[in-house]
Design a protein around this ligand. Structure first.
Ligand code: UDX
Ligand code: UDX
Length: 458
């Protein structure tokens, strides 16, 4: 039986791969093909060892792959055969020329638009999945429709709100699906095609529509608001440490106000991930472009507090460990930017590891999923670093443990045994406030949480 629709996704990354797997899983009537310029990545998607670790992803891919989900490097063929194309190529922060360090690098996006124009033989709906500066859809439409083409392309914005580690849950049961389109009759028609795809499993009232610019901007603003909450609570953690208050108690009291809400108020060593910093800097850049200086400065403050929080963590380690870390063995618990993922992009652990190496500490890094990425991230960094899979072995002979990632396995280790094998005095810096600080203190550790009074034996 022929498929009802041919859906293509360009970019088989953290967003494109899981999102398309879910569409294929939920909609056997559609053929979903995911293409990528990276043949190794495609080979991994076609193997039993998927390129990303995401709880539940294996089962979803296994159920649909070969049935109506295909991974391929044949971009030209994919474009020709499709009627809906999701574009999910990466849009990192630009590191050259105008806007370097702030603006989004749109070269892959631009190149993809040109490829779509070159290979298309029929009308298409193009869906922006990548996070993009506001008005990118307009640029894409101009690239697609320039020259003497008789084809029509409708560009929609459909930002992805999934978080890593919970991607499958978020895709299966999203808070909302946002679809932005032009408000012309043709734009609305295209929008309805996408609404119909999601309506296969998402309740209609959760599928919201808007004009295309609002949709593009909403993605940046959603991430900026989320990151702002973390920077807010992290800024207060610094004050708590001075004022003998407990940031978890403060966050609980504040978050119980239903107008504020309890989620995303965990003080930490800092936020990481491929999106928050990149998207806020992008927002800041757009505000500066429109000469909204105060607005730009306001949002830039969110990133500045995040940098401050990481640096504060390091300086605190240095100071309490008698102002020298040289030659001291320090174990990092976790390297991923959050639990339940192997992803280390913008992980606070990268900067902290590099700063500790600058202080000439000997690093031992352990993480259940991110050791390969950690090795890549620290390639070329000068200093001693070893990677040890087992956290118990990793801590032997160390002076300090610094918790970087909130993996739940770190909550239930045999800390008595760990303490026995560590150098004394033994320190724990809990950058995620996940451990039982009182119990650790009673075992003999000097414990330094975030935003709480330290528990020491001095
Ligand atoms: C994507 C978007 O890039 C980002 O803007 C958004 O915030 C989240 O979704 P992600 O899926 O995490 O990010 O990116 P990544 O894992 O790097 O995947 C992008 C894929 O696109 C890579 O596999 C890359 O090989 C592929 N790609 C890139 C192409 O297929 N063609 C290109 O021209 C460029
Ligand atoms: C984020 C958004 O949540 C998601 O909607 C968007 O699509 C992509 O960006 P992600 O980066 O995958 O998702 O993870 P998220 O759970 O938001 O965590 C980001 C960072 O904030 C992590 O480093 C996490 O540890 C940190 N964090 C989160 C805190 O430090 N405190 C908190 O209370 C919550």
């Amino acid at each position: 039986m022929p498929f009802k629709r041919n859906i293509l996704c360009i970019g088989a990354g953290y967003v494109g791969g899981p999102t398309m797997a879910m569409i294929a899983f939920k909609c056997p009537q559609y053929k979903v093909t995911v293409v990528d310029i990276n043949p190794e990545r495609i080979a991994q998607w076609n193997s039993d060892d998927l390129p990303i670790y995401e709880p539940g992803l294996d089962q979803v891919v296994r159920a649909a792959r070969g049935r109506n989900l295909f991974f391929s490097t044949e971009i030209e063929k994919g474009i020709q055969a499709s009627d809906v194309i999701f574009v999910s190529v990466n849009t990192p922060t630009k590191n050259f020329g105008a806007g370097a360090g702030m603006a989004a690098d749109l070269q892959y996006w631009d190149k993809t638009a040109r490829e779509i124009r070159k290979y298309s033989r029929s009308n298409k709906i193009i869906v922006e999945k990548s996070t993009l500066p506001v008005k990118t859809a307009q640029a894409m439409e101009r690239i697609l429709t320039c020259g003497d083409t008789a084809l029509s392309f409708d560009v929609l914005s459909n930002p992805e709100f999934l978080a890593e580690g919970t991607a499958i849950q978020d895709l299966e049961n999203p808070d909302r699906v946002l679809i932005g389109s032009s408000q012309t009759a043709q734009g609305i028609c295209a929008r309805d095609v996408l609404v119909e795809i999601y309506a296969n499993w998402v309740p209609r009232e959760k599928i919201i529509t808007s004009n295309i610019w609002s949709s593009e901007l909403s993605k940046l603003v959603a991430n900026a608001f989320l990151a702002q909450r973390i920077s807010s609570v992290n800024s207060i953690s610094a004050l708590c440490e001075k004022a003998d208050a407990d940031v978890q108690e403060v966050a609980r009291a504040v978050g119980m106000d239903s107008r504020v809400g309890a989620k995303f108020l965990n003080a930490s060593v800092g936020f990481g991930g491929s999106c928050f910093k990149k998207d806020i800097l992008n927002l800041v850049y757009i505000c500066r472009y429109y000469d909204l200086r105060e607005v730009a400065d306001y949002w830039e403050g969110v990133v500045k507090i995040n940098e401050y929080q990481k640096e504060r963590f390091i300086l605190n380690m240095l100071q309490v460990m008698f102002n020298t870390l040289a030659g001291k063995k320090i174990c990092l618990f976790g390297f991923a930017f959050k639990a339940d993922t192997g992803d280390t992009r913008e992980s606070p652990a990268i900067q902290i590891a590099k700063r500790l190496m600058e202080e000439r500490a000997d690093l031992v890094i352990t993480d259940p999923k991110a050791i390969d990425n950690a090795k890549e991230d620290l390639k070329g960094a000068i200093g001693n670093v070893t990677y040890v899979e087992d956290p118990l072995d990793a801590t032997a002979g160390c002076c300090a443990i610094a918790v970087m990632t909130e993996w739940s396995l770190y909550k239930n280790l045999d800390y008595r045994e760990i303490y026995r094998k560590m150098a004394k005095p033994a320190f724990i810096f809990d950058g995620r406030n996940i451990l039982d600080h009182e119990a650790l203190h009673n075992m003999g550790f000097n414990v330094f949480p975030i935003g709480k009074p330290p528990l020491t034996h001095f």
